[in-house]
Design a protein around this ligand. Structure first.
Ligand SMILES: [Zn+2]
Length: 332
């Protein structure tokens, strides 16, 4: 039984697109054993962390399971959604989270990013410890032992190179597909009333309630003007933290992809890509940021490479972000 495996090595190096689509078809079909939402949430977590890998395409479980635990917290506690295909029963991850919730008396309204940093770490560690045992082997088995290596002792996953490139090229459609399948599952096994706008809930389950922590970090390193138009931003209320590559594509918040912009630019840019010259500006901005010790020790910045940002920009165009934007006027 592959889901019980604790270490798995890839059986192949090269996969064609057709083979990989075949694996996804299988995962989302009734042939695959999906008694809980684990596989969907694992795929979502892998997509969110595509650019958090090191140069050997390895991803630490700490990163992977911080997405996994966050998604589950928001689904189980915040949206109160059942995660198993039986009514009256609960998936293991639900029990872990509900225990923590009652132990610390946490109201259901609280989303993951509103928990204290210490509590977030506790949630991540507890979820990781239990869930890694079944989840990693299950997806590995379902994909014919081809898409990644994993080791539950060293807590590392390594993407197959061709699978990694596939995920980059089809990131947007894979996100849609996974969210849709997750919503379908949840709709089947949750009582009415909880499921209103289920797809919208699933699509936004990773979104932070506030980007303030990034504002405070970035505001000490910028000159008080909008990244795009250059106008000075007088009051904090008028400053927005903007995802340079739109959030709808990256589904994650990495400091190297965040800039401070005026509200006019942020609202006008919306879900579009800024024109290429802004990419060069952001590369320079990140170089500057990396000179700061406080920034350098951040996990997201440790994984930052100029090449990754350029790739992300190129792949967002390939994934259909072809609507370019620039501010009407720019003060240099
Ligand atoms: Zn502006």
């Amino acid at each position: 039984m592959s889901f019980k495996l604790q270490i798995g090595e890839m059986r192949t190096e090269y996969l064609t697109d057709k083979e990989i689509w075949g694996h996804f078809n299988y995962i989302f079909s009734s042939k695959s054993k999906n008694s809980t939402t684990y596989k969907y949430v694992l795929i979502k977590s892998m997509l969110e962390n595509l650019y958090n890998v090191n140069d050997s395409l390895e991803l630490s479980y700490d990163r992977l399971f911080s997405s996994f635990a966050k998604i589950y917290w928001n689904l189980v506690i915040h949206h109160q959604l059942n995660q198993i295909n039986m009514t009256g029963k609960k998936a293991e991850v639900q029990n872990i989270l509900l225990d923590i919730q009652s132990q610390f008396n946490i109201p259901s309204t609280l989303v993951f990013d509103k928990l204290s940093p210490e509590l977030q770490v506790e949630v991540i560690n507890k979820v990781k410890k239990k869930c890694k045992l079944n989840v990693m082997g299950a997806l590995y088995g379902d994909t014919d032992q081809t898409i990644y290596d994993f080791n539950n002792k060293t807590e590392m996953l390594r993407y197959n190179q061709t699978f990694y490139s596939f995920m980059q090229r089809f990131q947007r459609i894979l996100n849609y597909l996974t969210n849709y399948q997750l919503a379908v599952f949840l709709e089947k096994f949750n009582e009415k009333g909880n499921t209103t706008n289920l797809l919208m809930k699933v699509e936004n389950v990773s979104k932070r309630s506030s980007l303030d922590q990034f504002y405070f970090l970035l505001s000490s390193y910028y000159n008080g003007s909008c990244f795009y138009c250059g106008k000075s931003i007088k009051r904090k209320q008028l400053a927005h933290v903007d995802h340079f590559i739109p959030w709808s594509f990256v589904q994650t918040d990495q400091l190297w992809n965040l800039v401070i912009s005026c509200s006019t630019c942020n609202l006008a840019k919306n879900d579009k890509l800024a024109e290429q010259d802004f990419l060069s500006l952001l590369i320079d901005r990140n170089e500057e940021l990396l000179k700061e010790k406080k920034i350098l020790i951040r996990e997201d910045m440790k994984m930052y490479r100029e090449k990754k940002l350029v790739e992300l920009y190129t792949f967002s165009i390939d994934n259909g972000y072809t609507d370019f934007w620039r501010p009407k006027k720019r003060i240099i």
